[in-house]
Design a protein around this ligand. Structure first.
Ligand code: NIG
Ligand code: FE
Length: 410
């Protein structure tokens, strides 16, 4: 939606310019020189020649550049486009090692079935805390350098009580969006029923204090992952422990993941590559976001999901990277936007929405994904005059996070 900057100013100039004593310590800041501002706010729409004023990490005012109120500081972005910071609502960033050989084998014709997860589990268990923390910090820096300002991080490469709890403790150091994924796969050598009892019992008890969400890899087509009954037991145990629900579903083939996620009121079901008409109807009638991860189709050489069909049916959509060593080693939200546009039928504006406001909804967050007074001042600045360049110039490093906060990546 494009609004006239003239009529669209919102927020209090007074509040923006003069905060409380505590806020004054940080000072107010105006971002100026914005050629195109995508807000995703229904009233503000898209503004041209716009400014944003923020204080203490919160947006106070948005409107035309020539009406910007006085502030302590100015950041001139020099005619660039500004969009809400990307919300990467699905990653597996706590891991050691890489699986480049597995990727190369796939590009030579091998199929992905989740079996390679075991090698990342071994490497992750063998790494000490300092090593994992440094790897995580490097990945966070990589995300920010590409415009991501909110990230969800899953466990799932520990698969013992101590290793899963450790992964979540480390993840909680960098984000509030932490997800317990003990039910990633049955670890090698473990009996399925015994492992499920561990996940839903002592492992959940140890992990729940460090997690906001629980997730399960529901994929009956994989010998390593979980079927509908197993996934249901994991999700119900997580809910009883106070966690919100997320599901990995319908990645490798049609399956019960989507229906289960909608039935249990999960915030998001992720992958959604293979959907029946019944799945699409269920998603359209529910409050579960369909999160698409097109980097996975790229990196596993699989058919892409049909985002157009979902959007046309009224399904809420999110886009995320799934950044992990097996199925998508990219941390680039701009790449996901470009793939979603080229391969799944979205327009550049729809893909950007899914990567910001849509992904915020998948995390049940209203403070990010939109640029408007009262929301977090989490922005991505593009070395481009318009957001369209995110898909028009794939692979070019256009986006970077603009840090107007004290606590980035929340
Ligand atoms: O989301 N599909 C399950 N889990 C991850 C991949 C994990 C891996 O292969 O290491 C995913 O694609
Ligand atoms: Fe995943």
């Amino acid at each position: 939606m494009t609004g006239s900057a003239e009529g669209a100013a919102r927020g209090s100039a007074h509040r923006a310019a003069h905060g409380s004593a505590h806020r004054a310590a940080h000072g107010s800041v105006a971002v100026t020189g914005i050629a195109e501002l995508t807000t995703h706010d229904p009233e503000l729409g898209t503004l041209h020649d716009a400014s944003i004023v923020a204080e203490a990490g919160i947006v106070g005012w948005v409107g035309p550049a020539r009406r910007v109120p006085p502030t302590d500081r100015r950041i001139d972005v020099g005619g660039r486009a500004v969009v809400p910071g990307f919300v990467d609502s699905h990653t597996h960033l706590v891991f050691a090692g890489d699986r480049a050989k597995e990727f190369a084998a796939r590009m030579a014709g091998a199929r992905y079935d989740g079996g390679g997860i075991a090698s990342t589990v071994a490497a992750t268990r063998a790494a000490d805390d300092a090593t994992l923390r440094a790897l995580l910090a490097a990945r966070v820096a990589e995300l920010r350098a590409q415009g991501t300002t909110t990230v969800e991080v899953k466990s799932g490469y520990g698969l013992t009580v101590a290793d899963e709890a450790r992964a979540l403790r480390l993840a909680a150091e960098i984000t509030r969006e932490t997800t317990f994924l003990g039910a990633h796969v049955v670890p090698p050598g473990a009996a399925r029923a015994d492992y499920l009892a561990l996940v839903t019992g002592p492992m959940l008890a140890a992990c729940a204090p460090h997690a906001r969400w629980i997730d399960v890899f529901c994929e009956p087509g994989s010998p390593h992952a979980f079927d509908a009954d197993e996934a249901r037991s994991v999700l119900e145990a997580g809910r009883a422990a106070g966690l919100g629900l997320r599901v990995h579903g319908n990645q490798l083939g049609p399956g019960p993941g989507v229906a289960l996620a909608v039935e249990l009121g999960a915030a998001s079901v992720d992958h959604c590559t293979h959907l029946t008409d019944g799945d699409v109807d269920a998603l359209a009638g529910g409050d579960t976001v369909a999160t698409l991860l097109p980097g996975v189709e790229f990196s596993t050489r699989s058919p892409y999901p049909d985002a157009r069909r979902l959007l046309d049916a009224g399904v809420p959509l999110a886009l995320a990277t799934d950044c992990n060593p097996g199925t998508c080693a990219s941390s680039s939200m701009p790449l996901m936007i470009a793939l979603a546009v080229r391969e799944t039928g979205l327009t550049p504006a729809e893909a950007l929405y899914a990567a910001t406001a849509g992904a915020a909804r998948a995390l049940r967050r209203t403070d990010v994904g939109v640029v408007a007074p009262g929301r977090r001042a989490d922005l991505a600045v593009l070395d481009a005059p318009t957001h369209v360049h995110l898909a028009y110039r794939p692979g070019v490093p256009l986006a970077r996070a603009l840090d107007l906060n004290d606590e980035p990546l929340r």
